[in-house]
Design a protein around this ligand. Sequence first.
Ligand SMILES: *Cc1c(COP(=O)(O)O)cnc(C)c1O
Length: 226
Amino acid sequence: MSICDNLNKIKQLLPKNVTLVAVSKTHPVELIMEAYNAGQRVFGENKVQEMLSKYEVMPKDIEWHLIGHLQTNKVKYAVPFVKLIHSVDSLKLLKVIDREAAAVNRVVDCLFQVHVAREETKFGFLEQELIDLLQLGEFNKLQNVRMTGIMGMASLTEDMNQVRAEFKSLNVLFNKVKSSYYSNCDWFNTLSMGMSHDFNIAVEEGSSMVRVGSSIFGQRNYPNKL
Ligand SMILES: *Cc1c(COP(=O)(O)O)cnc(C)c1O
């Protein structure tokens, strides 16, 4: 199967209103160009340096999404061009994104990453932590970031009931946050959940954006920390 075939197969499984982020981390530009030539324009990377070097050499109509954990000292390299940061997991990080975005005169779209998986290693706000910060109105003070939704990852498990339950709870949280804090904001419309092995379940549970890597590009050559 070619990258083009893989993309077509996945697109057939996705409703039209679900955005496909092709996760190209660890893969070389030549392979990503195959996806580009097949019409794909939205790509996800989990390291700022790697995203930047690919951005520099690839066509400029690509939307680059940052999906991996972001360190505050790397923010300034992403902010000038990134289309969406999926991995906002602290108020401190969001304040740095806001400051760096102001410095380059941009408003950067971001998602709250929420931790629902069982694994302790996954980043993200706990649900209650996010609600508390929203309640305090901390995010509204920031002028150069725009919160457009929520991102989450399910547990790495064979238990698909568990995975489904976690996606369900992300969807409940998304709707709660939207109706309580972003009800007048039509841009708060993104629920980013679902990867290669679970995107079909995520879509059934209300995902509007899936992040798919290995089902498009094949297995990654070296393990990449989430
Ligand atoms: C790598 C990664 C993906 C894609 O994973 P696949 O299993 O290859 O589809 C999705 N989301 C995040 C946050 C990732 O780091």
